[in-house]
Design a protein around this ligand. Sequence first.
Ligand SMILES: O=P(O)(O)OC[C@H](O)CO
Length: 434
Amino acid sequence: MKKLFVVFLLLALVATLGLAKVQIQFWHAMGGWRIDFLAQQAEKFNATHPDIEVQVQYTGSYRDTLNKLIAAVQAGTAPHVVQVFDVGTQIMVDGGIAVPVGDLMAKDPTFDLGNFLPQVLSYYRVNGKLYSMPFNSSNAILYYNKTLFKEAGLDPNNPPRTFEEFKDAARKITKYYQGNVVGFGFNLHSWFFEQLMAAQSAPMCDNNNGRTGRPTKALFNNEAGLKIFEWLNDMKREGTMIETKVEDWTGARNLFISQKAAMLLSSTSDVALMMSASKENGFEFGTAFLPTPADAPAGGAVIGGGSLWIIGGHPDIETQAAWEFVKFMADTEQQIEWHQATGYFPVRKDAVEQLLFSGYYAQYPDHLTALMQLLLSEQNYNARGAIIGAYPEIRTAIEQNLEKMFGGELTPAEALKKAEEAATRAIKEYNEVY
Ligand SMILES: O=P(O)(O)OC[C@H](O)CO
């Protein structure tokens, strides 16, 4: 507390005397038009915090940003705040390079964690500690083209809920448009496999998804995993689905926006973009929860997106300024603006409450889909999501084997088995280091 007071005094002194501002580097992975949006948010922070100057840098994809961070830490040039994706959480904790935000919160009487959504906190808590500030939270939802549905004789207000209904809808669309439009555009990214596993309440690894002990092996070669691989493979073979190249988010969005595919699984963070793109392209779209096999047990939506990490090794005055910045980004006003501009749902209860009572969701119901999917989730380790240090490598293993399955080299059962074996190897290799 005493130390905090001294830092505050120093910040005030710097401001009063007009001394050099405390400069903070913020790295993020939000491409496209979101680069400008985050730059504006930082400007807003700078204007209201005259003693601090946040310098924002877009550092590429989530994977690129994490790799650049690791290189910068090794070179002694690490930024103060960095956005790290969901599955980078354990590696960040193990790397020991961050100042846990839980420690900073404990010293800051102005901060109330009780305002945050418990599901979001639960994802980011590792061994009972909160290491990073929730910021951009998402889950995967179904986007479907209501206009194409209607023309093809499908009910635009009754999107498919099960894998079986989904396959049927994909068939009808593809047939109706004689292949000029396919039913489903699949973004070949492991995240969708992970989300579809949680939706069936199935795990990704042992030790309760790594939540009660460090994982020792992958556990997704099971009935739920096979149903996903078979579902995708069936649509591929029937010609009712086209997939993108690995992790080609833009390509996947474009399949939907250009009306080449009538359905897409994507992040809720695309809702705002889809709203404007559908208008420009003259179609109406809807959103829905992720489909699941008809006989699957009830599951839940895992928190996706990213969070803000404060990197250690900087002078206290800079760490304190970084804390002020991450607090600002997670504050009610910013969270509402961020939600409306993107589709990431707010990480705070008071932001949700304000939006609800202002009538926002009555006007923009697609902004509510992911939030409802989250709030209606089962509360268990599988829905909470796996925490695995080797997650980026596991994603690669899943994506590469899906690719081989689509190419006809492997059956769904073979692809899934190989993916799980590679994932277990990655977990074991990681455990040898940490
Ligand atoms: O596209 P985002 O930001 O919702 O993130 C999706 C995944 O969670 C990335 O790991």
